[in-house]
Each structure stands twice: as C-alpha cells, then as structure tokens.
Design a protein. Structure first.
Length: 147
C-alpha cells in the first residue's frame, strides 16, 4: 500500500476513536512484513489512566492477526473531527509508552520498524524509525543477561 493509502486508513480509524474527554482522535494502521494491515483508535475512559492509545489498540489487533514479530511499519494520524473529516496540521507521533511497545515489537522481529506520522488533515507527515524515536530504549534484548 502507498503512504497515502495508509494515511487514509489511519485517518479513518481516528474518526472511530472514543475521545469524549480530550476531543483528540488518533488512529493507527499497522502493516505486516507480508503486507497485511490492521488498524486501531484511541479509547478514552472517565478514569483517565485506563484509556488506550491508538497504537496500543492497533498493536493488539496486529498480535492477533499476524504477530508482533511481523510488524514492518505503522502509520499514525491524529487531530480533531470536523465537518469535513479529521482536521489538524501537525504530524502526530507515538507517545512514550507507545514508543516502548513498538520497540518491543522491533526487538522481537529483529528489525527496526518504520513509523509514518501524519497530521489530521493528511497533508503533513514525517518518517522515522522506532530506534530513531526511542534511542537507547529498554526491551527484550536487554533482558538476555537476566538468566
């Protein structure tokens, strides 16, 4: 799939978010090494800390569909819903907790994961890798000495 198609999927997922408290909708599309795609959206809760980020939602779907070790890339988009769909001009990158979860998947797979971050309106984007967004991260590789 093209970047534009994946951004459109992430934006569509964001419109399905449940975000009554922040009003900020985030969607995520996860692509496997075989080209399979799953998506997820943020899910807020009145007990704020029980909310789920879009990336976590999509990672859970990815685990069930093809396994975390098969993730090749993800696309994240976020903004506010409006009359013409999702709005927002700044690319949305994964939060720190989601970066940690993505690092876990990268270390399980043995390869870096590409992250495409898009604005709500889909016009602005940036391309990173999880190791670029979370240098010196702690993951399964770091536990090898725990035996």
């Amino acid at each position: 799939m093209t970047d534009e198609e994946l951004i459109a999927l992430a934006r569509a997922a964001a419109l399905k978010a449940y975000a009554p408290y922040s009003g900020f909708h985030v969607g995520c599309a996860v692509v496997s090494t075989r080209g399979e795609v799953v998506s997820g959206a943020n899910l807020e809760n009145a007990c704020y800390r029980l909310g789920i980020c879009a990336e976590q939602s999509a990672l859970a779907a990815a685990q069930h569909a093809f396994g975390l070790d098969q993730i090749a890339r993800i696309v994240v988009a976020g903004g506010t819903p409006g009359a013409h769909g999702l709005a927002g001009q700044q690319p949305v990158t994964p939060c720190g907790g989601c970066r940690q979860a993505l690092l876990e998947a990268a270390q399980l797979s043995g390869h870096d994961i590409e992250i495409l971050s898009a604005s709500g309106d889909g016009r602005a984007m940036r391309r990173d890798t999880i190791r670029g967004l979370l240098p010196h991260g702690f993951g399964p590789e770091d536990l090898k000495d725990a035996d």
